[in-house]
Design a protein around this ligand. Sequence first.
Ligand code: GLY
Length: 464
Amino acid sequence: MLIQSLNAEQMGVLRDRRSRLAARINFPVLLWSGATPSRNFPANKYPFRASSHFLFFAGLPIPHAVIRIDGGKLTLFVDDPTPSAALWHGPSPDREAIAAAMGADAAFPLAELPNHAAGAATIAVQHPGTVQAQSYLLGRSLPPAHQIQALDPIDGKLVQALVALRSCHDGDSIAEMRRAAAVSVAAHKAGMAATATATTEAQIRAAMEAVLLSHNMTPAYNSIVTVHGEVLHNEASHHPLAAQDLVLADVGAETGLGWAADITRTWPVSGRFSAGQRSLYSVVLAAHDACIAAIQPGVEYREIHLLACRILAEGLVDLGILQGKPEDLVEQDAHALFFPHGVGHLLGLDVHDMEDLGDAAGYAPGRVRSDRFGLGYLRLDRPLETGMVVTIEPGFYQVPAILENVEFRAKYNHCVNWERLAKFGDVRGIRIEDDVQVTATGAEVLTAALPTRIDAIEASLAGA
Ligand code: GLY
């Protein structure tokens, strides 16, 4: 286990986060980092990813560790490395070195944990074996953290405190997200550059992920690099590229300290958008640009989503694909035939930040998901606040599971000109996604260095 040390400024940021937690709660908190699941036999592990709540306060991704935070003080519980670890994994820092690297106030072996667990709140991590250990230590069953109503009251209070602290980012988090964004932008440029000679999706994906790895970062989520953009989370990369295809690349980096970027671009394999691709891309881009322009503190994110829906509906009416008044089409959710997801989500340590807590972070208190076709996948429904980072990612998709669905066809038949739609057969999926920081006066696009305009994308593909 090799770790980096945090500098004095970073340790100060962590201390500040712990003090802000102390100001919100009056009980101790235990946060587990988690452990690495094995693949096909115990020693063959998936890469370790620490719990984001642990990372937020501890700063460093230490496996098999627990932190206790009480009154702003941090105590680390972790065991010293075993002798065999040195053989297989090289020299590893001991407990005192790790404690010093993260600025802990005290450190103990894990065996001491039961003496410090009384009255503590926690959050269940994603690793099932660790959840068992959490539950055993605290003497109560721990439901998954997204089952908010089922949580022990003290854990529910911790969830509220975490949401309050993690929703708006401090300067250190923003700096980390800028690093992730810069590397992700470079990855997308490399993907565009690789397209001229690539023959499969996998070759473009490899060029993009190579950039992440060369900066010692990892993908923040499974990369989507596909000519089948209509499959919203298409993680397969085996398709060959055809000249008339659009590549949809949704690839974002995660820094070593866990902070994410999330970018999508869509570009033509041939280097030039066809007339139909150009028209639909322009509609999606208009929605993207209008949403970003509308971002400022106090604005309801749901309104940003509905703005995207209206602009998409207007554009599709102008192209003759939808028929009717755009506002009526949105009211009926007809736009969702082609844009079935929400316009974005919170971004931070998780690509969908704090989604382990269900909708506790994404939805303002008292709000619940709509059962409307056009709103049900909206992941964020609360007023924007200075310091939040959100994605803006409108899209247009021809999803067979929607467009060939008998009920949808019957319900929306009068809204869709199917003959006209057939003229856009070379557009399966378009998404344009950027990461946007809400500032006191509006918004800053953290991923602005990556072009979105058609001429700039074509120039990038031509190697300009
Ligand atoms: N970019 C991947 C996602 O938002 O799920």
